[in-house]
Design a protein around this ligand. Structure first.
Ligand SMILES: *Cc1c(COP(=O)(O)O)cnc(C)c1O
Length: 260
């Protein structure tokens, strides 16, 4: 099949068509979207209800732009400084997701540096929720959408609230943070993918509890789960928001720690 025909209708008109049609990242995007559709169909889900966050961390703006020009608008980053540097160099209609650990003192640079920040997926305590809430109010921007991050793998290196604590934070966001919009729960599965089915199941169980406590239907509580190695499985297990980096942008290279 001609890959070109699978590109979304609304793709922006690229300034450099040659570069776009030969972009490996743009082709990888199309292939991921295709896999999303198939996984959705296998599990009788509506593909349009599954959001693909293209995770561009460590990747240059030029590469992000190629994926943008292929029609994609939703991108994720997990380092504040990197996002604050990249966002102003990219179109304003990008919907940015912040998916990394957020420290209180970074809320201000993040929100003032990225007006088109749509989501923070990594709220894992009341303090950061309060800080986000009051800063959103102080700059008068529209409510910020948030996910509560849950540590479903029990790995100490992972951020996120324990499953038993997710309801309390979700409640806090809903009841005490008028400038935040509670969207759902997020998790990172076991990094070697060995127990991601259990991690995903745990997140779905958390959702049941949260929805019961808040008196909201499950459709009002999204699940952000699934990365390059397990997004199809995540979709089959109910994910509504997948975060895919290396399968779109290529493997990441981290610079060796140097004297910078
Ligand atoms: C880096 C990252 C991803 C994407 O990981 P890939 O395996 O490259 O798809 C997803 N979620 C979070 C929170 C990340 O930090």
């Amino acid at each position: 099949m001609d890959r070109e025909q699978e590109l979304p209708e609304n793709r922006a008109s690229p300034t450099d068509t040659m570069a776009v049609s030969s972009s490996a990242a743009a082709e990888a995007l199309v292939s991921v979207l295709d896999r999303v559709h198939r996984a959705a169909e296998r599990s009788s889900r509506v593909p349009d209800k599954i959001r693909l966050v293209a995770v561009s961390k460590t990747k240059p703006v030029s590469l992000v732009r190629q994926v943008y020009e292929a029609g994609h608008r939703c991108f994720g980053e997990n380092y504040v400084q990197e996002l604050v540097e990249k966002a102003p160099q990219l179109p304003e209609d990008i919907e940015w997701h912040f998916i990394g650990n957020l420290q209180s003192n970074k809320v201000k640079p993040l929100l003032s540096g990225v007006p088109n920040l749509a989501y923070v997926e990594s709220v894992d305590d009341k303090k950061i929720a309060n800080r986000l809430d009051s800063f959103v109010a102080s700059i008068g921007r529209k409510p910020l959408k948030v996910f509560v991050q849950v540590n479903t793998s029990g790995e100490e290196s992972k951020f996120g609230v324990e499953p038993s604590g997710c309801t309390e934070i979700a409640k806090h966001v809903c009841l005490n943070c008028p400038n935040l919009e509670f969207c759902g729960l997020m998790t990172i599965g076991m990094l070697d993918y060995t127990s991601t089915p259990e991690n995903f199941k745990t997140l779905a169980t958390c959702r049941t509890e949260v929805c019961k406590a808040l008196g909201i239907p499950e459709e009002k509580c999204e699940l952000s789960m699934g990365m390059s190695g397990d997004f199809e499985q995540a979709i089959e297990m109910g994910s509504t928001n997948i975060r895919v980096g290396s399968t779109i942008f290529g493997a990441r290279e981290y610079p060796k720690k140097s004297s910078s």
